[in-house]
Design a protein around this ligand. Structure first.
Ligand SMILES: *Cc1c(COP(=O)(O)O)cnc(C)c1O
Length: 950
């Protein structure tokens, strides 16, 4: 009886024990290596007292819940939602995510935990899927260059607008938008046009182009009303007047309609949501943008291209403007960084699985239902507004609300356009039963079978698509489930994601994305909500969003939060627009200068320009901190025009700057506002709040600190958090327009962050932060003697990441950061962030989720690599031919003739082979990729199969 445990001793361990990697004994070893007695002591020493919260901060965040408890609470919220058949349209359609794609992509960590493919040799799988995405968009729109996704349709339209302005020759600042454009697209266009001095002219282009000059136009195809028009005449007229044309087009409709490229358009934009991506109450979904060949170099966002590897084999990588904001900063064409890769992969898989014939069948079926619906209504005496449409029927009735209510009672949500007009959008989900229910709601009697026998299609004859699309074998070879499953597995096996290795990417916070956090995102109650569903139908999701916004506000020390921005970059834009609006509201519209430290993330400068600000760069001192003297000088010379300072905290150098309060005070004293880039919040949560140490506004990256997986380059959520005086300037709340298409951005993935906070509680979050700081300092302590750690704060400690300086080593040995990054792939590891924020360095962020064994595996690999560098330095291996320069090594490269001065063993098994132990070797599928070759010979869609045999 005596050694019997009590119930209290047997409670579930907290979720934080699962989220945090190091076991207690491991943590002790890590702290010993750093020379700290405890996590708390480490925090005391690492964080400057000036930023620390002296007393616990009261929050509404409850005590940590277990996984089971959290899931029960989310289930309860989910049950408060009412899912209806979505016939609202407005750019969001019902769709079926094929279960094989849901399970093998959307719910598969091999796909969702991957990072943006900046290390292409270990990212060939997602690059191949993205190439299929680009090919799909290019083929369907008949415009040859398509990027690897944008954030949504509305922001894609805004990107197209600025692209046409850059690419065209017209001097005019006028951009004409057809009145039949999605309202949310118009809203975002207004937000984005205003600070850039673009004059938007909204006009009904069915009546002809308005008089006057213009640099471009946006047309919709079909329009927001569902009407399909022949755009050729307008396109020609715009061209005649020296402008360029973008067409917002429905990709599914383009399987049966003449594509924009064949109508003469210069660019096409839209969403790929209806290609199998759940509605999610607005997102995340992949937007697309495709352009004519000559605009390839103007394309914002990422573009996947074909190149070749060191052995001459075809290999994929990001082409041209990769990381362009980092290089071009305030001259960047766009601020987009994180995009929507995971959703682009889903959409591409949908096209691969259905193939051109399957997509055409789905389109025809969708159109057929719409045609029968229109005819049934007409026959029943209801006025149908447009004769030519693809999927949307607009009907006029005496009392639209009464009909909409009746439809809703039957489980169908329709669009209430006005007091007497309704929109009814068909989709892949539409059934005969839905049509019958709608007829009843309209008080019409009709037989769908009889209508089917007697009704013609409603597509204009002159706009039938004749050209082929998706002819590439990729869209024909994976049509059985077995074939698709194996294709997906083959692609995933080519990539290194978090399910195989730590991804120590500084500034990116590649931490655990727990299964319990991920599960709810595919629950139908969350996944199948239309963004414009009646609020009562989304009660549970709205409650979840408002709690999450409150928690985030409390954790950051701000008054209000909006989750609308779809990535950090969009949060930056929203925050800066809030600042600009604030100054304007006080009659200080001359305040337009934005101070940005030279070490800032490239998106900062690009966002400032998009917000209509002028960037003035502030230097950093020898320690990597903002140079206070330079800051004061810059403030002095721009005192009357100072709008804001953008500062990242902890700095992009991974250091807690001691003087951040002084910095904030100096800016405030001059009448400026302080923007604290919160991408590095993983070093602050639970310890310090930017809103409390001087920030007026911050964006957070839920896909970094708050566990939304990176998805191979998106989705992201970049909430913007503001102090009280800026709350009225949050996006879409009146003064400042929307920055995303959907009112709440990407609610589909918000349960992840909600679940994380709910299961960690404030104590767990604080523990995560301190553990992340311990992990970074452990790496710095162990690697410091092999690679200089570039910056450290007071007490010689770093924050949650550390920069390893290879510049001296490169100078002495000729071995570059590239060589080290690629060599890590031979060790089965993902490289750290390369050359950001300092060229020639590696920035390591282990996060709190990695256990000591994995961190040591990385550290040991880096030490092994340092030894290899020494052998190069000693002349044992030539600079041009050694295991580093030759990295990564494929299996094929070893079985051929071998004429290198190092052995095959060293090439492939740098750690040595351990007999009898399961072989953890990960074989990179390609060797080092030739970037320049790909940029010179730009190929951005699936190359013909023959290309692979040469
Ligand atoms: C990641 C990051 C951003 C941009 O966030 P996205 O979601 O990729 O747009 C901005 N600033 C810093 C410091 C970052 O690390």
């Amino acid at each position: 009886m005596t050694d019997r445990p009590t119930l209290a001793e047997l409670v579930d361990p907290p979720f934080a024990d699962r989220h945090v990697g190091p076991r207690p004994a491991e943590l002790e070893r890590m702290l010993a290596a750093i020379g700290a007695g405890s996590l708390e002591e480490l925090g005391e020493r690492a964080l400057p007292p000036s930023i620390r919260d002296s007393a616990p901060v009261p929050t509404s965040i409850p005590e940590a819940a277990s996984e089971t408890e959290m899931l029960a609470e989310l289930r309860e919220l989910a049950d408060r939602n009412t899912v209806t058949v979505p016939m609202i349209g407005l750019g969001y359609s019902g769709t079926v995510t094929p279960p094989v794609i849901r399970r093998h992509v959307l719910e598969n960590p091999a796909w969702y935990t991957a990072y943006t493919p900046y290390q292409p040799e270990i990212s060939q799988g997602r690059l191949e899927a993205l190439l299929a995405f680009q090919t799909m968009v290019a083929d369907l729109t008949a415009l040859p260059i398509a990027g690897a996704s944008l954030l949504d349709e509305a922001t894609a339209a805004a990107e197209a607008m600025t692209l046409l302005r850059r690419a065209g020759r017209a001097k005019s600042a006028r951009f004409v938008v057809d009145a039949d454009t999605l309202p949310q697209t118009l809203d975002v266009l207004r937000t984005r046009a205003e600070p850039l001095g673009i004059e938007l002219v909204v006009a009904d282009l069915a009546e002809g182009l308005p008089e006057g000059e213009l640099f471009g136009a946006l047309l919709s195809y079909p329009g927001a009303s569902g009407r399909v028009r022949d755009l050729r005449a307008v396109v020609e007229e715009v061209h005649t007047r020296g402008g360029l044309v973008a067409v917002a087009a429905d990709l599914l409709a383009l399987t049966v309609l003449t594509p924009p490229g064949e109508l003469g358009a210069d660019a096409a934009v839209g969403t790929t949501q209806r290609f199998g991506v759940p509605l999610g109450f607005g997102g995340p979904h992949a937007g697309y943008l495709s352009v004519r060949q000559e605009f390839a170099r103007q394309l914002p966002g990422r573009l996947v291209g074909v190149s070749r590897d060191a052995d001459g084999n075809p290999a994929l990588r990001l082409a041209l403007q990769t990381r362009e904001q980092h290089i071009r900063r305030e001259k960047a064409t766009s601020n987009i960084c994180t995009a929507q890769v995971l959703l682009a992969v889903v959409a591409a898989c949908y096209a691969v699985y259905h193939g051109p014939s399957g997509l055409t069948r789905i389109a025809r079926r969708t159109h057929r239902f719409a045609s029968l619906l229109a005819e049934g209504l007409r026959a029943g005496g209801v006025e149908v507004v447009h004769a030519d449409f693809f999927d949307t029927v607009v009907a006029r009735v005496p009392d639209a609300d009464a009909v909409a209510d009746a439809a809703h009672a039957a489980g169908i949500a329709v669009r209430r356009i006005s007091a007497d007009t309704l929109g009814l959008s068909c989709s892949e989900l539409t059934t005969v039963a839905h049509l019958e229910a709608l007829f009843t709601a309209f008080g019409v009697t009709a037989s769908v079978a009889e209508l089917d026998a007697a009704t013609d299609d409603a597509l204009p004859a002159a706009l039938r698509r004749e050209s082929e699309f998706l002819t590439h074998p990729t869209f024909h070879e994976h049509r059985s489930e077995t074939a698709l499953m194996r294709w997906l597995r083959r692609l995933a096996d080519a990539d290194l994601a978090l399910d195989r290795t730590m991804i120590p990417l500084g500034s990116c916070t590649m931490k655990l994305n727990a299964t319990a956090e991920m599960e709810p995102i595919t629950w139908p109650e969350f996944a199948d909500l239309h963004p414009f569903a009646p609020a009562a139908d989304a009660a549970g999701t709205l409650e979840m969003i408002s709690r999450l916004e409150r928690w985030l506000a409390e954790l950051t020390g701000y008054a209000a939060v909006s989750v609308q921005p779809n990535a950090g970059s969009q949060g930056e834009l929203a925050g800066l627009l809030a600042i600009a609006a604030y100054h304007r509201s006080r009659g200080e519209s001359e305040r337009t200068v934005c101070l940005i430290p030279s070490s800032a993330h490239g998106t900062n400068a690009a966002s400032a320009v998009m917000a209509g600000m002028r960037v003035v760069v502030v230097g950093t001192d020898a320690l990597g901190n903002v140079d206070l003297d330079d800051l004061r000088a810059k403030i002095d010379s721009h005192r009357d025009t100072l709008a804001a300072l953008m500062i990242t905290y902890p700095s992009t150098h991974g250091v807690y700057e001691t003087d951040v309060r002084l910095v904030c005070e100096a800016v405030h004293e001059a009448g400026g506002q302080v923007y604290v880039d919160g991408a590095n919040l993983n070093a602050l949560v639970g310890l310090s709040r930017p809103g409390a140490f001087g920030g007026d506004v911050s964006h957070l990256n839920l896909h970094k600190t708050f566990c939304i997986p990176h998805g191979g380059g998106g989705p992201g959520v970049g909430p913007v958090a503001v102090a009280e005086h800026l709350a009225e300037f949050l996006p879409g709340r009146g003064t400042v327009g929307a920055v995303s298409a959907a009112p709440h951005g990407s609610p589909g993935v918000l349960p992840i962050s909600w679940a994380y906070i709910r299961m960690m509680g404030v104590d767990g979050l604080r523990r995560a932060t301190l553990t992340a700081v311990a992990a970074a300092n452990y790496v710095a302590a162990r690697l410091g003697e092999h690679y200089p750690v570039l910056y450290a704060g007071a007490e010689g400690l770093v924050a949650h990441e550390c920069i390893l300086d290879l510049r001296g080593i490169t100078k002495e040995s000729g071995v570059t950061v590239d060589d080290v990054a690629k060599r890590l792939a031979d060790y089965g590891l993902h490289a750290p962030t390369m050359s950001f924020p300092v060229a020639g360095t590696l920035m390591v962020e282990p996060t709190e989720s990695e256990d000591l064994a994995e961190i040591d595996r990385f550290v040991d690999a880096m030490i092994g690599i340092r030894e290899e560098i020494r052998r190069v330095q000693a002349g044992e291996w030539p600079v041009e031919d050694n295991p580093l320069r030759g990295a990564p090594h494929t299996a094929a490269s070893l079985v051929d003739k071998w004429d290198h001065p190092y052995s095959r063993d060293i090439a492939a098994y740098p750690n040595g082979l351990t007999p009898g132990v399961h072989d953890r070797k990960v074989w990179p599928p390609v060797r080092r990729i030739d970037q320049a070759h790909g940029d010179r010979n730009l190929v951005c869609s699936c190359p013909p199969i023959e290309a692979y045999s040469s």
